[in-house]
Design a protein around this ligand. Structure first.
Ligand code: PEP
Ligand code: MG
Length: 756
């Protein structure tokens, strides 16, 4: 059954037009199930009726004509119920509706299954039979499985205007494909699809006698790829910071004798031709990476594959075909790799869209460093069908609009222009304090990680660092950084912010962040060995880091705040504090004059919300990590585009938790901050300020807007809004209400644009 299913799906997808695909589908299903009729009905573009899109068994002249309204017939019933209907004698069913001219009167048994994509019924797949035959359960299951696999293809085809019901493709479909935000900003331009240049899987194994020739070919390819990568490094050396450029150095290392090159050469020496040897080694390496649970390491698998394909292209003498690029090119690929960026001159590149990956992928990191909007994980975008098409990329929301309407383009142009003007105005607020109109002071600090963040933060008038994500410097190394190496990075930031406070988070690896030299393989990494759990198990790593933090702060006025991630009990806080004390004593014994740091807890696990009071009693401050808190409260993976719609920071449960944490900190008279993305949204900032959060720490990009909105509002008004919000039942309700409130208060320009 599985082979048949695969065969039918492959045949179906091999057609470039849906109309041809459905024709082959009904033929194949009819044969496979040995029935008299197989038909497919698809929802028309007005969503008012199911139209016969293909049939094998009924009158073919009725294709495109015979139709059933949504409430009509058994097909309509399958659609309404969104489940299969299996009848031995269809004509006895009260919903049976006879379609004249199709010739279906001859058929008794009926099995119809819905074709559903993302909760939406797109059509119905039907088989019918003359003699009374009850299709059995396995046949029903077969058809259901098939329909589920077809659904994505049908939905993709229709989204790009390839309708099976009409010959003319729609001119403008303005379809939105969701991904995850990779890098903020809006841009539109022409899609340039990058394909992997060669197909590794298609390379056959072949024994050869003339090993010398194969070795020479291999050498030539290795040399050519090394040169390409060096050129990429050179091309980006001006526009990219050192840390990001190092990604390409890693590519060069992978080509080293003691990495890929050596392994491939050994295979050739055993008699395999160069292409076969390459295929074997690359596939082995890639599958080793792909088996790893850890997303960071899986990304490295993609790098190896990319290199393999580049080598193969030289071995097969295939060169990149594209030489001319549109002015505003949107680079699109099933899995865009850093090296692919080099295919387009930087000044022509306006946005990036990748079917795979998350905000953690290297391409997203590079896009942010280059200031180009990017959407990652756009899994539903039919990458290969969008070549030369106009795409609108919204990196704020992770949305890609295919063939955007003129109206949407005009709206976006306006938004881009407004953002530019507003940004200019906002620079004037750089040095003014963040105070509400009724005199409530809020501190706006920044989250720091990437190398470019420091200048950006100072330019935007940040008054402190609320979150230093220390794992980023750990990630760019091939071993744990030494105390001296850490000290120098930390000191650089503390000096830049002197005399303002700096909050250093202790190493927070695990989950979606991992170190290549310290792999963690787990079934469920977000619920696994993460954050403080790792560092308490490895005091040697923790102590070195804390010592580096303390020493970096020596002689400075700025307060050092050490923050512990993923705390889920007071015991973990006590254990962390005890190690910090130990490090403090060691550093003092070494004769370095250091101040006692403040020690805070990140509240990002629901357990910490319920123990916030106790944690606040024993800590110097609490800071909510709302990114993780939201994912854990709602049980929604923060990086998974499929569930992105229900990752809601405005969910009443999350809002209530945030308020409870603030109350707990207030009761113990401790500082309360937040450093998740929520703090950087205008709605979030207003609600948090109303709750009494005194530190809002955010991505530097968002700081000026948040400052602007807080300076325009009264805290009493914000508290009135919060009181209403706390009685609401859904994120949608909260969002609508807050948008209205802020718009009515004349603050609409700060809100992210709303899509219909
Ligand atoms: C958070 O979880 O909200 C947070 C600030 O930490 P990170 O995003 O680094 O997990
Ligand atoms: Mg976190």
């Amino acid at each position: 059954m599985l082979t048949t299913l695969r065969h039918i799906v492959m045949q179906f997808t091999s057609h470039s037009h849906l109309a041809d695909g459905v024709k082959s589908l009904v033929r194949d299903v009819k044969t496979a199930m040995d029935t008299d009729v197989c038909s497919i009905y698809l929802l028309n573009s007005e969503h008012t009726a199911y139209v016969l899109a293909a049939t094998d068994g009924l009158n073919p002249d009725e294709v495109g004509h015979a139709e059933l309204a949504l409430e009509q017939g058994l097909v309509g019933l399958v659609g309404r119920r969104a489940e299969p209907i299996n009848l031995e004698n269809a004509r006895e069913h009260p919903d049976y509706h006879f379609l004249p001219d199709t010739g279906e009167e001859a058929f008794h048994s009926f099995l119809g299954v819905p074709i559903i994509h993302q909760r939406r019924v797109l059509g119905v797949l039907v088989v019918q039979q003359t003699a009374q035959r009850k299709f059995d359960e396995s046949e029903e299951a077969f058809l259901v499985t098939l329909a589920a696999q077809l659904a994505t293809v049908v939905s993709h085809a229709e989204a790009v205007g390839d309708s099976a019901l009409s010959d003319d493709a729609h001119d403008q479909v303005d379809t939105c494909f969701m991904g995850v935000p990779g890098s903020p900003g809006i841009a539109f331009g022409t899609a340039v699809v990058v394909h992997p240049v060669a197909n590794l899987e298609a390379v056959p194994e072949r024994e050869v006698d003339n090993i010398v020739v194969e070795l020479a070919l291999l050498e030539r390819a290795l040399h050519a790829v090394r040169e390409d990568i060096k050129n990429i490094i050179e091309e980006f050396s001006e526009s990219l910071p050192k840390q990001e450029l190092a990604l390409f150095d890693a590519y060069l290392h992978m080509l080293d004798e003691n990495a890929l090159a050596g392994d491939i050469r050994r295979e050739v020496q055993h008699g395999q031709w160069a292409q076969g040897a390459l295929k074997k080694v690359i596939i082995e390496h890639v599958s080793r990476f792909e088996l790893m649970e850890d997303p960071y390491l899986r990304e490295r698998g993609a790098d190896v594959r990319d290199l393999g394909l580049r080598l193969l292209a030289y071995l097969q003498d295939i060169r990149e075909k594209k030489t001319v690029f549109p002015k505003n090119a949107v680079l699109v690929g099933e899995d865009v790799t850093p090296a692919m960026l080099a295919n387009i001159p930087a000044e022509r590149l306006c946005a990036i869209v990748s079917g795979q990956g998350s905000s953690n992928s290297h391409v997203a990191i590079l896009a942010r460093a280059m200031g180009i909007p990017a959407v990652m994980g756009a899994v539903d975008l039919p990458t290969y069908d969008v070549e030369d098409e106009l795409l609108l990329v919204d990196g704020h929301y992770g949305e890609v609009f295919f063939r955007p309407s003129e109206q949407r383009i005009a709206m976006s142009e306006e938004l881009i222009e407004q953002e530019r003007i507003f940004d200019e105005e906002l620079t004037e607020l750089r040095d003014v304090p963040t105070i509400t109109r009724d005199g409530w002071r809020v501190l706006l600090w920044v989250n720091i990680g990437l190398s470019g963040d420091l200048t950006r933060s100072l330019d935007r008038g940040a008054e402190g660092i609320g979150l230093f994500r220390t794992e980023i410097p750990f990630m760019s190394k091939d071993r744990f950084p030494t105390e001296a190496e850490q000290l120098s990075i930390y000191r650089e930031h503390m000096l830049a912010f002197e005399p303002n406070p700096v909050t250093m988070r202790t190493l927070d690896i695990g989950g979606d962040k991992s170190l290549s030299y310290f792999p963690i393989n787990e079934e469920n990494p977000f619920l696994g060995w993460r954050g403080i759990r790792v560092t308490l198990d490895h005091p040697e790593i923790f102590l070195v880091q804390v010592r580096a933090m303390l020493k970096a702060n020596a002689g400075l006025e700025g307060v050092l705040r050490i923050m512990l991630p993923m705390i889920s009990s007071p015991a973990e806080l006590r254990a962390g504090k005890s190690l910090i004390n130990q490090a403090f004593n060691e550093v003092t014994e070494e004769g370095v004059d250091v101040k006692k740091p403040q020690v805070g807890v990140m509240v990002e696990v629901p357990a910490a919300v319920y123990q916030a009071r106790q944690l606040a009693k024993e800590a110097d401050f609490l800071a909510v990590g709302s990114n993780d808190l939201t994912q854990y409260m709602l049980a929604v993976d923060r990086n998974n585009p499929r569930v992105a719609q229900i990752y809601q920071e405005l969910h009443p449960a999350v809002i209530t938790a945030l308020r409870e944490v603030a109350r707990a900190a207030h009761s113990e008279e401790k500082g309360i901050g937040i450093c998740g993305e929520f703090a950087g949204t205008p709605v979030g900032a207003v609600l948090l300020m109303a709750m009494g959060y005194n530190v809002l720490s955010m991505n530097a990009t968002h700081l000026p807007k948040v400052k602007w909105v807080i300076r325009q509002i009264k805290r009493t008004d914000a508290r009135r809004m919060l009181a209403k919000v706390l009685r609401m039942q859904s994120a949608e309700e909260v969002s609508e209400f807050m948008y209205q409130q802020l718009t009515d208060a004349g603050l609409g320009r700060v809100l992210p644009h709303h899509h219909d």
